[in-house]
Design a protein around this ligand. Structure first.
Ligand SMILES: Nc1ncnc2c1ncn2[C@@H]1O[C@H](COP(=O)(O)OP(=O)(O)O)[C@@H](O)[C@H]1O
Ligand SMILES: [Mg+2]
Length: 223
């Protein structure tokens, strides 16, 4: 399912800033800021135990609320298996992260503007055969460094951490990791497993988001 489907939550933080769902994303922003008072988080990655738990939706809305608070934000689509961040902003993903990694010479960062002035997107670019190799490459380190210099916060979307190594590889290179869990769907066992994988690579898990599509849709109803 993509954000373009009729029942999709999409960018609720932009569309309906007074909704309870938008309020929840602002609370998440505040909690993240407070979780890192001593060591500011410039780079943050989101992952989950499996597909469709709301990673991309959470990250896109968090990015909107951060940009609304006048932070310069870059969203990076590192889900090189099912990229979707571009769909939230009606943008393309044919040029992006992988274009930079594959370029012979250093190229300008192919950032795309969104309707929010302080929010830019680095889309996936063409999908590679082995995403983990891209994310673990030396060049990726340089890309992260360049992105850091362009923004206050850089947010990375990734595939589920249990299925493939991509998120764990990238987790070692960012300041913090946010785990999205579906309140009624993610089993304790899978939640624990995701933590184990992230702990093993010494990722800095800054928190977990309990996402529940049904409750959130209820929010819209009560708003
Ligand atoms: N809090 C929520 N409330 C309602 N629907 C949601 C919520 N979070 C995600 N969704 C919906 O669930 C589907 C999967 O979300 P997505 O963010 O694409 O998941 P993932 O990136 O983990 O695969 C989308 O249709 C999205 O609109
Ligand atoms: Mg996604």
């Amino acid at each position: 399912m993509t954000a373009e489907t009729p029942d999709a939550l999409g960018l609720v933080a932009l569309r309906d800033p007074r909704s309870l769902a938008a309020e929840a994303y602002r609370t998440l922003r505040t909690n993240i800021q407070f979780s890192s008072l001593d060591k500011p988080l410039h780079t943050l990655l989101v992952t989950s135990t499996s597909a469709d738990e709301g990673k991309s939706t959470t990250l896109a809305n968090l990015a909107v609320t951060m940009a609304q608070a006048e932070q310069r934000v870059i969203l990076v689509d590192c889900d090189l298996r099912r990229p979707s961040l571009h769909t939230f902003f009606n943008l393309q993903n044919d040029v992006g992260l992988t274009s930079m990694i594959l370029a012979q010479d250093e190229m300008p960062i192919p950032l795309q503007s969104t309707s929010i002035p302080d929010l830019k997107l680095l889309a996936s670019g063409p999908l590679p055969p082995r995403p983990a190799d891209i994310l673990g490459s030396r060049r990726m380190e340089t890309v992260i460094e360049r992105l850091r210099n362009e923004a206050d916060v850089v947010l990375f979307d990734t595939p589920p951490v249990i299925a493939v190594t991509d998120a764990a590889v990238l987790a070692t290179r960012v300041d913090g990791v946010l785990l999205v869990l579906q309140a009624n769907k993610t089993s304790r066992e899978r939640g624990r497993r995701a933590r184990e994988i992230l702990d093993k690579v010494k990722a800095n898990i800054v928190g977990a988001v309990l996402n529940n599509a049904e409750i959130e849709q209820g929010y819209d109803y009560y708003a």
